[in-house]
Design a protein around this ligand. Structure first.
Ligand code: ZN
Ligand code: ZN
Length: 345
């Protein structure tokens, strides 16, 4: 079968590899129908996201497909079922796994990120635990959004979003667009976004942002203050990961507001914060990481059309053009890219 194999730093190859077969009683073999390209994917190839298992292995972690074969002990899915894949495999033994926070597991592995057999392939072998059944009528384009949506829904819960809240999203790459759409459709009073890239800013406008700021031409902090009678936003989502947007986030958040840190800069990156501002104004900083307990809610929300996939995806490419897709993503010429193993170049 054809697969996108991470061989070494800056070495991604789309090549023929053996098609996986059921190996253990708990395996599920799926025919991949679609896999979303995520910012993490170029991060792996370029070394910003260290992997637990050394390459080579097949990457891709936002995917869905049809079950074609199952191991003897598999009970929850059967051949022909449509499923989305939850990439996280926690150890189940560490402190965090034992207190019900497996996403904070000290040694979890992500399928297609930390190890193979990811979704940029015609077939993928996964543990039964990682397969979630979806209705047959769900479009593949929608299904692959379940994984990133599950993370955003976790952030929404952590940020305690309430109906009518003013939400600002700084940076509308794929996840910022996701946040924009979800905040709007979850009852935000107003969603304001700031994004320098024209393509991404216009997608944010289409997906439901009430106000779109170009930070290269306007001052986002002043605009947010003007639009809120000087109060500031209830929730500010930092999804760009640069010093300027972290500073803006603190400056434009209202008293008792919540600042969501979504972008994941390198561990050595530091910002300056004012404890005075946080204490005196009761600002809450929330780190937004994966949490698979929101997977079922993400599936039902997708069924209810929370994410307009036609707006979110700017490009659809065959698996053979995966390296081209990575380039498009890097150059900022796309919002989100869908890879389909079944279509040809
Ligand atoms: Zn991702
Ligand atoms: Zn663990």
């Amino acid at each position: 079968m054809l697969a996108g194999v991470f061989h070494a730093l800056n070495d991604l190859r789309v090549e023929e590899v053996p098609t996986p077969k059921i190996k253990t009683p708990n395996d599920v073999l799926i025919e991949v129908k679609a896999c979303g390209l995520c910012g993490t994917d170029p991060g792996i190839i370029e070394g910003r996201r260290p992997t637990a298992v050394p390459p080579p292995f097949i990457i891709g972690h936002e995917y869905a497909g049809v079950v074609v074969d199952v191991g003897s002990k598999v009970e929850s899915v059967k051949p022909e079922d449509h499923v989305v894949v939850r990439p996280t495999i926690p150890c189940q033994k560490c402190y965090y796994c034992r207190i019900g926070s497996p996403s904070l597991c000290r040694s979890y592995l992500d399928i297609g990120v930390d190890m193979g057999d990811g979704g940029f392939a015609e077939y993928s072998l996964i543990p039964e635990n990682n397969a979630y059944k979806i209705p047959e009528y769900m479009k593949w384009k929608d299904a692959v959004l379940v994984e990133p949506l599950s993370i955003v829904l976790n952030g929404l819960r952590l940020a305690q979003m309430r109906t009518g809240d003013i939400v600002v999203v700084l940076g509308t790459g794929p996840i910022g667009l996701n946040w924009t759409a979800v905040a709007k459709r979850s009852g935000a009073g107003k969603v304001i976004i700031s994004e320098p890239n024209d393509i991404r800013r216009s997608r944010a406008d289409k997906i439901g942002a009430d106000v779109c700021i170009n930070p290269l031409k306007e001052n986002p902090v002043e605009i947010v203050r003007d639009l809120t009678d000087g109060v500031g936003a209830n929730i500010v989502v930092e999804a760009a990961g640069i010093s300027a947007t972290y500073e803006q986030a603190f400056e434009m958040t209202s008293y008792a507001g919540r600042i969501v840190f979504f972008a994941l800069p390198p561990a050595e990156f530091k910002i300056q914060i004012s404890p005075h501002d946080i204490v005196r104004n009761e600002k809450l900083i929330v780190g937004n990481w994966v949490n698979y307990f929101t997977f079922p809610a993400a599936i039902t929300s997708i069924q209810n059309g929370i994410l307009p996939s036609d707006i979110l995806f700017t490009d659809e490419l065959p698996l053979s053009e995966l390296t081209k897709a990575m380039e498009l993503h890097k150059q900022g010429k796309s919002a989100k890219i869908l890879i389909k193993p079944s279509i040809s170049a």
